[in-house]
Every structure is written in structure tokens, then in C-alpha cells.
Design a protein around this ligand. Structure first.
Ligand code: GUN
Length: 316
């Protein structure tokens, strides 16, 4: 008799079960350089056909972290030859003005990707802004049409950070089939799409969050841990099974006796004594996010060429 819940195939163990060794560093900076080379090559091929993909980036207000992220995105876009248009709007801009700008960008055939840097000032409704972006130009993959498509396994614009994490995992482990992945955090930007992508890669997936009973114990069952909670160094060696692969999405600024320092959601020092491989902060997931934003800009441009004319959502 068939036993559908028993995997009778022998799982190839590629994880390092030794607690003595120091984890391998998963170099997101080096891998992102490779992804950016792929993008640069595609940009060149498109230019030969007189196609010049362009990305519009909206920055509202003066959040210092957002300023840094946007600056890095624009710099990398320039590096690979993607034309970018920066729209800086003051803190007190009205929601209606933001929606009108998005409507203009939606209708502009010279703009292929639209990114609104989050978080937004409190008086602007984040969902209203995200849902106003034409799904085919939504390079963040946050529009509900893209979210729904992702869950159903369609080829849609997919959130950049989870895409970058998947590439890091595939480069580290190859096939992920049958592995148990625990995603810590359930945000729309990272946790939920990450869990969806891991499921599509045939992992067994658990999502651990602030209401989970004994999150550390659940995490200790994982072959793969993706930490995306925004809590500095919350996950340490006690949360990890020996040999686990750890992807740290967190970027947190902390003050130390020697000045401010960037740390992840994982306590790197202790975790790297138990894990088999781990991403550093900085230099892990961050650069991959930007590389996948630029890849998405090319995908958006391709989708638009395949699907003219585009229908754009109305702005109320
Ligand atoms: N703020 C933090 N992460 C992101 C992201 O991936 N996209 C946008 N638009 N804003 C962010």
C-alpha cells in the first residue's frame, strides 16, 4: 500500500553535521557580482536591439536607511547600464500626489520598472500605493496580482530579497528537495514570499513568528534557517541544528563600545560555530537584493514587450 507521507527515497545528506567546524561564509557580494554580470550582458544584448530598460525609484521623506538603500540601488543600476529615474518627494507630499505620479509612470512606455522605497510616511497608505503600481512594472513583486501569481507558481515578478536568498541557497546546497526550511518572520516583503519559494523548491517549510510556541525548538529542526525578523542577533547557536545552512536577511544598526555597527538577525559568532554555512552581514543577502531588483527590471521590460498594450489600474 502506498504511504504518501513517507519519502522512501534516501535523502542525500549534503549538510555538515559536525559542530566542531567553523561555518563556510556564503559570499553574497561575490555572487551578486556574478548576477550583475549576467544583467550587464543582457542589457548589452538589448541595447543592440535599441531596447533600453529603465527603472523609476520613488523615495518619499528622509528616512536615513532608505536614503542609503536607494543610493545603492541607483549606483548598481548605473553600473550595469540600466537607466534609472529618481523621484524624491518631500515628507509632506499627499497620497493623491504620489498616486498621480505612479499613474504617470504606469502610462510612460519609457519606464519599465517602478519601485517605491518602503517604509512610507505614516499619512500614506502603503497598500494603496503598492496596488496602484501596474503589476507588469512592479519590480518589487508586492502587487497582489504578482503575490497571487507567485503562490500559484506562475512566472511573475517576484520579491527581490527572497529571490536573492534562493540563489544563495541553490549555490550552497544545489537541489533543496526534501530539506526542512524554517523561515523566521512573516512579513509580506520577505517571510511570506520566501516560504512560497522554498515550497516551490520542494522543501518542507515552517514559518516561525512572534506568537510561535518555542520558536527556538522549531528552528532547531531546520536544515535551512532564513532569518527575517528585524531583531538584532536574536538567533544564536542554541536555535540551530548542527550543520544547518543560515541565511540572515536582517540589517540592524547597533551601538557598541567601538561605535555603531551593522548586524543581522543572527548572532554570527555563535551561529557560525554550529552552522555549516552562513551569510555575513553586511555582504550576504543585501547585495543580492539589489542584483535581483535589476534582474526584475529586465524581466519587466521583457513582459511589457510580450504583452502590449498594457492595461493599467485606475487611480481613484
Ligand atoms: N524597504 C525595505 N526592503 C524593501 C524592498 O525590498 N523594497 C522596497 N520597495 N522597500 C523596501
Amino acid at each position: 500500500m502506498l504511504q504518501p507521507f513517507l519519502n522512501l527515497k534516501t535523502t542525500v545528506i549534503r549538510l555538515n553535521p559536525s559542530a566542531q567546524t567553523h561555518a563556510r561564509i556564503i559570499d553574497g557580494k561575490a555572487l551578486s557580482a556574478q548576477v550583475l554580470d549576467e544583467v550587464r550582458e543582457d542589457v548589452r544584448a538589448l541595447a543592440a536591439q535599441q531596447i533600453y530598460p529603465a527603472l523609476a525609484v520613488l523615495l518619499i521623506g528622509q528616512d536615513p536607511a532608505s536614503e542609503v538603500y536607494v543610493r545603492n540601488k541607483l549606483l548598481r543600476a548605473k553600473d550595469v547600464g540600466i537607466h534609472s529615474l529618481e523621484h524624491r518627494l518631500p515628507d509632506n507630499v499627499s497620497q493623491q500626489q504620489v498616486l498621480q505620479l505612479i499613474q504617470r509612470l504606469n502610462a510612460d512606455p519609457g519606464v519599465n520598472g517602478i519601485l517605491v522605497q518602503l517604509p512610507l510616511p505614516a499619512h500614506i497608505n502603503e497598500q494603496a500605493v503598492i496596488q496602484a503600481i501596474a503589476p507588469i512594472k512592479d519590480v518589487d513583486g508586492f502587487h497582489r496580482e504578482n503575490v497571487g501569481g507567485l503562490v500559484q507558481g506562475d512566472e511573475v515578478l517576484t520579491p527581490c530579497t527572497p529571490s536573492g536568498c534562493m540563489r544563495l541557497l541553490h549555490e550552497t546546497l544545489g537541489d533543496l528537495s526534501g530539506l526542512h526550511a524554517v523561515v523566521v518572520g512573516r512579513s509580506n516583503i520577505v517571510g511570506k514570499p520566501m516560504a512560497t519559494l522554498l515550497l516551490q523548491a520542494n522543501c518542507s517549510v515552517s514559518v516561525v513568528h512572534s506568537r510561535s510556541v518555542d520558536a527556538a525548538a522549531l528552528c532547531r529542526l531546520a536544515d535551512i534557517v532564513v532569518a527575517a525578523v528585524g531583531r538584532p542577533q536574536m538567533i544564536d547557536a542554541r536555535w540551530l541544528k548542527p550543520g544547518a545552512v543560515v541565511i540572515d536577511v536582517g540589517i540592524n544598526r547597533i551601538d557598541t563600545s567601538s561605535g555603531p555597527r551593522l548586524v543581522g538577525d543572527v548572532d554570527f559568532e555563535s551561529a557560525s560555530r554550529v552552522a555549516s554555512a552562513i551569510t555575513p552581514v553586511p555582504g550576504g543577502v543585501g547585495p543580492m537584493t539589489i542584483a535581483y531588483l535589476l534582474k526584475n527590471t529586465l524581466i519587466a521590460s521583457e513582459l511589457q514587450r510580450a504583452e502590449r498594450p498594457i492595461s493599467y489600474p485606475a487611480v481613484g
